[in-house]
Design a protein around this ligand. Structure first.
Ligand SMILES: [Zn+2]
Length: 43
């Protein structure tokens, strides 16, 4: 099992404060802003 999935359409957002990654925009649990960093894997 690998941490990276075969799904490539998922967009990824990363917290500017703690570095947590999620697939939903908005605000992190720590209160930081989630920045869109593109897709989890391009091609
Ligand atoms: Zn955070």
């Amino acid at each position: 099992m690998r941490p990276e999935t075969d799904h490539v359409e998922e967009e990824v957002y990363e917290c500017f404060e703690c570095g947590r990654r999620t697939d939903s925009p908005g605000q992190c649990e720590c209160g930081g802003e989630l920045l869109h960093i593109g897709h989890s894997r391009d091609l």
